[in-house]
Structures are given as structure tokens and as C-alpha cells.
Ligand binder design. Sequence first.
Ligand SMILES: [Zn+2]
Length: 339
Amino acid sequence: MSGRYSRQELFPGIGRAGQERIRAARVLVVGCGALGSSLAEMMVRAGVGGLTVVDRDYVEPSNLQRQSLFEEEDAARGLPKAAAAEARLRRLNSEVEVRGIVADVCAENAEEMVRGAQVVLDGTDNFETRFLLNDVCLRAGVPWVYGACVGAYGLALLVRPGHSPCLRCVLERLPDPGSGPTCDTAGVVAPIVHVIAGVQAGEALKVLAGQIGALLPGIVAVDLWAGTFEVTDLRGRAPWCPACTAGQYDYASRESTSGSAVLCGREAVQLRPRAGGTVDLPALAARLRESGEVLANEYLVRFRGSDAELVVFGDGRAIVKGVKDTAQARTLYAKYVGS
Ligand SMILES: [Zn+2]
């Protein structure tokens, strides 16, 4: 066998039949930072039929240490991660229908994104989005694989709606913001990202290939510095949370509340516009050039002034840097973009 996927087909866990199933599958990767980069690359190289990657952020130099799809040029151009990822993934495998979506996944758009996917992979960095995904995937009956990393430690869990406990079953409720360490406070090293993404992608390939008997029995916890790899067996536990047992999808039904979020990985706040408006990016760029340094591309305008650094996307969404609270971010947004 010398075909593109021959080594994957030789592996008995997948085989020819498994590869055909993988080829027919559509996969959604939510969040394209470190985990998302690694996940999307593995899925595309494995030859899935279609891969959609959605991300709300743009590439910065501090991402390059671990976010393997991106290059210095992407950071210099300030490209959205979803756009840079789409271009790179297409170069990796032209046989895959790759789509990059520059957007923030929220209650209003999550269902549409999940629709048609055979598996959803978590490359996000926050529990707000994960609890939303958990609800949306349960409702749609689509398996999803949770993943998280901080420091040299990471967790992974496959959720199969109706068959295994979901994230809410395991954690009971959405953790309070600031209650756990984040890559903001504890940093993160690249090797754990690839280990956790590897576990997630492995479970995804099993699901896609129909190898249900080979799935891991529960939560995988890895600490690369301590050298531990633990699997907590959840097979004896039936799904019990209100979403699993009563179809009560609390996190999918609440509207995007504050419209803002403090982003992981740096001092930055995201502001979401209230309705589906658009911004005239060239006009905004021209206006802001009078007050500071501007970098503009077809997706966004990045502005550096004496008191602010912010990035505005075409839908009016903005990321304001160097601020710690949303009030400060809103003030700067109103000053430079308008309210
Ligand atoms: Zn549940």
C-alpha cells in the first residue's frame, strides 16, 4: 500500500473501512490556539472529508511558542487565527474541504456550527464556551472531546451524548471565573498541548472509524513534569445532570449575557456588539491613522495609540489589550470606534 493514508489503513484499529468513514466525516474544531492548531492539523492530515475551524482571536508573537499552525508572518500581518489556519491547513491537505470562520462561538451561532459535524473538538480556553458546546452537542447528539492544558498538566474527556457522562455531569456547574489557574497565571509548555491534543484526536479517530469498543473509559489526566498519566474510569456512572436526563440545556439557552469576556493568555477584553452590525474597516483605518499606528487587513483593523491598543473585526467585535476590566475596554472602544 502506498497511498496517502496507507499507514493509517494498515493500522488494524482503523483499516480500509475506518479510513472510508473518516473520509466521509465532517469535524468541527472550536478555538484555534495551541490545542486547536494541533487538533486541526491531525484531523486534516488524517484525511477527514471536511474540517471547520472557528476562532475569535488573531495571531500574536507570544502564540508562536506553542500554536503550531502559525508562522512569524501571520503574527506580523495580524491575521485572524481562523484565516491563517485555513490557509495553512489547505496547504497541508488539498483533499480536505477546509473552512475557517472568524467568529466568537456563542449561544446564537453554536448550533449552526455544530450541525453536520460527526465530532466536535474543544480547542477553547474557557469554561463558558465549553459549557455552551456541551449543551449544544448533547442536544444535537454529536460527540465532543473536551481538552484543557495549563503549565505541564492537561485533561481530556470524550462526551458521547446518551452514553457517557457529559462535562456538566463531571463538573456539576460552570466554574467561577478566576477559580482555577490559567495560562495567564501559570503559563503553558508546548509538549503538554500535543499530548492532550493527541488524546483528543485519538478518541475522535476512534469515533469516526466506528471503534467504540476502543474508547478510553473516562477522564485522562497527564502531568508531564511529574510523569503521570491517569485515566479515571467513568463507565459505572450514568449521565445524571439536568441536560443529560431532562433535556434542560441551560447554557445553550441563555443569551450571550455581558457581551464581553476577559481573554485567556493575556491582559485583554473582548467586546461583542449587540446586534449584527458591520464596520467599514477601510474608513475606520483611515480615521484611526490620525491618532496612532494602524495595521489593517481584509479581516480587521489593529490600532496602537498612546493610551490604547485594540483590534476591531468586520462585525464590530473588538479585542482591547492592556486592560483588566470591561468598563475600561468599553471606554476605549467608544473613544476610538464609537458606541
Ligand atoms: Zn450530563
